[in-house]
Design a protein around this ligand. Structure first.
Ligand code: E4P
Length: 223
C-alpha cells in the first residue's frame, strides 16, 4: 500500500520525504488556504520534495467549462501533478474528459461505492474515499472502502482506491486489511506509525546494557 501525506505544509513534506517511504502528497483547498502561501508555488515545491511522487492538487470551479480550464492549468504546472476533481456530475464528466486526454485525476469527496463506481467508470486514476468524516457522524467509514476495493478488483477497473480523511493509525491498519492501494494521512498520524511502546522500551534497554558494558563500535586508533 502506498503512503501519502495529506498536507499543504511544505516543511512537513520535506520531513516526511527524508524517511524514504513517502509515495505522494494530497492537498485540498482547505489545506492550501491553511498554508498561507500561494497554490502554484506550494504545489511545485511539494513536487520537488517528492521526486516522481503523485501530488494531488484540487480545482475549485463548479461549472464544467471553468473546471476544465482550471484542470488544464493545474496539469500544466508539473508532470507529477494529479488533478483533484470533486464528486459531482460535472466532476465525473470532467474526469472522463481528462482521462481521455491522458491527464491523471483524483476524484475526491467519495463516500459511497456508487460514487466510486461512477469515478472508476469515468477513468479516475485515484478514488479518494473519505473515512474520518463518516466516522465523525457515527457511521462506518471503512465500509465504503471495503466495497470499493472489491468493486474495483472484481470488475477490473484501473482506478486505485485512496483512503482519505484518516484520523488515527487504526485507519491505516484497516486500509491494509481492506486491500486499499493508498492511504493518505496528516503528518502527525504518519509519525505515529513509527511508534510502539515496546520498540521504545526495547531500544532503551539495548542502549543501557551496551553503555553499562562500556562497549564501542569503532576501535580506538593506536598511537
Ligand atoms: C484527502 O485528499 C483530503 O485532503 C483529506 O484526507 C480530508 O481529510 P479531513 O476529513 O481530515 O479534512
Amino acid at each position: 500500500m502506498k503512503l501519502f501525506l495529506d498536507t499543504g505544509d511544505v516543511r512537513e513534506v520535506k520531513a516526511a520525504a527524508e524517511w524514504g517511504v513517502l509515495d505522494g502528497v494530497t492537498t485540498n483547498p482547505s489545506l492550501i488556504a491553511k498554508s498561507g502561501r500561494g497554490f502554484r508555488e506550494t504545489v511545485l515545491e511539494i513536487c520537488e520534495c517528492v521526486p516522481g511522487g503523485a501530488i494531488s492538487a484540487e480545482l475549485v470551479a463548479t461549472d464544467y467549462d471553468a473546471m476544465l480550464k482550471e484542470a488544464l492549468e493545474i496539469h500544466s504546472w508539473h508532470e507529477q501533478i494529479v488533478v483533484k476533481v470533486p464528486m459531482t456530475e460535472n466532476g465525473v464528466r470532467l474526469t472522463r474528459t481528462l482521462s481521455d486526454r491522458g491527464v491523471r485525476t483524483n476524484v475526491t469527496l467519495v463516500f459511497s461505492v456508487n460514487q466510486a463506481l461512477l469515478a472508476a467508470k469515468a477513468g479516475a486514476t485515484f478514488i479518494s474515499n473519505f473515512v474520518g468524516r463518516v466516522d465523525d457522524i457515527g457511521g462506518d467509514g471503512m465500509q465504503a472502502v471495503r466495497e470499493t476495493v472489491e468493486m474495483v478488483e472484481s470488475y477490473g477497473f484501473d482506478s486505485e482506491v485512496l483512503v482519505a480523511s484518516i484520523r488515527h493509525p487504526m485507519h491505516v491498519v484497516e486500509s491494509l486489511r481492506c486491500g486499499a492501494h493508498i492511504a493518505t494521512m496528516p503528518f502527525k498520524i504518519f509519525q505515529q506509525l513509527f511508534h510502539h511502546p515496546l520498540s521504545e522500551a526495547g531500544l532503551k534497554r539495548f542502549l543501557d546494557d551496551w553503555n553499562a558494558a562500556g562497549l564501542e563500535i569503532f576501535s580506538k586508533a593506536k598511537v
